[in-house]
Design a protein around this ligand. Sequence first.
Ligand code: 2P0
Length: 336
Amino acid sequence: MIWAVANANVALVKYWGRAPGDDHQPAGTSLSLTLDGLVSGARVEERPDAGADHVAWVPPGPVGDLRRFVALARGRLGIERPVDVLITSNFPVAAGLASSASAYAALTTALAALATDIPSADRLAAIARRGSGSACRSLLGGFVQWRPGEEAGAVTQIAPPEHWPLAVLAAVTDNGPKRVPSREGMRRTRDTSPYFDAWLRVGAADLDAARAAVRSRDLHALGTAAERNALRMHAAALGADPPLLYWEATTVAVIREVWRLREDGTPAYFTIDAGPQVKVLCEPADSPRVERALADVPGVVRILRSRPGGPPRTLREPPAWAVHATLGAPPVGEEA
Ligand code: 2P0
């Protein structure tokens, strides 16, 4: 039996739209930060006597997708025997906090540990993205770029986690599952939004700005590029037919609070994915003040603290927070 754990990641320049075709290629280049402590774990065990794979997601997740992914990954990794798979996370799933990214990065890592030949990082990234596009970014730590294309180095680390000890606070505004899954939201935006082409065009400029800001550790430059890029992604999604509105009233209230903090002299910057939660970047020294301000926004139910995190790891034992998932109980912090 093998366990692997992987961190979630937050995109500072978003992936929002697949390229045409069924190869799960992104339409544009994205840039993410791997998030320490927002973790998914995957337990994988070979079952020589079983007739088929067995998969489970605790709390329940999309097992059909998971089963198809396991079949594909086993084929690519040359794992002939059926496997038993359990996936669990230590933070709310399917709520715009990138649980599918960490889950599929952890699972890819665990399955790779069963392969007879050690697969290259490029091959692993090509497998992980079939589970969830953003999962390939969680295979690396720190600041990670994912660009379209099959050639080597499509997923690269542009700076390690220790390059820049930023604080990331996730203001959870709603624990429920998101309304429209990213995959459907991206498809609808690409196929129906008149702003999709413009979104891809401006994304390239946001990427250049964000990459330069990471290299020079310029929080204002990175934060403004990330905010701009997130708002442009949501503008493209709002233009879809039917429209995609991932925000709740509390989401907007948190945006306004971040802007108020900035006006009052605290550098804090937000980004928002395909859900109502808001992730906020700030200096570690400002983090307690920013956290208090976010927690005081009516409707914010919880703040998750993070910082730049590392790559996946394999383990022989379950991580402590995952033990009860193996017994069928919900993870820490989740309602039964
Ligand atoms: C991102 N998101 O760059 C963007 C921003 C959500 C909003 O990557 O269909 O679950 O599996 O490739 O990776 C979420 O989409 O989508 C995502 P698929 P995925 O983080």
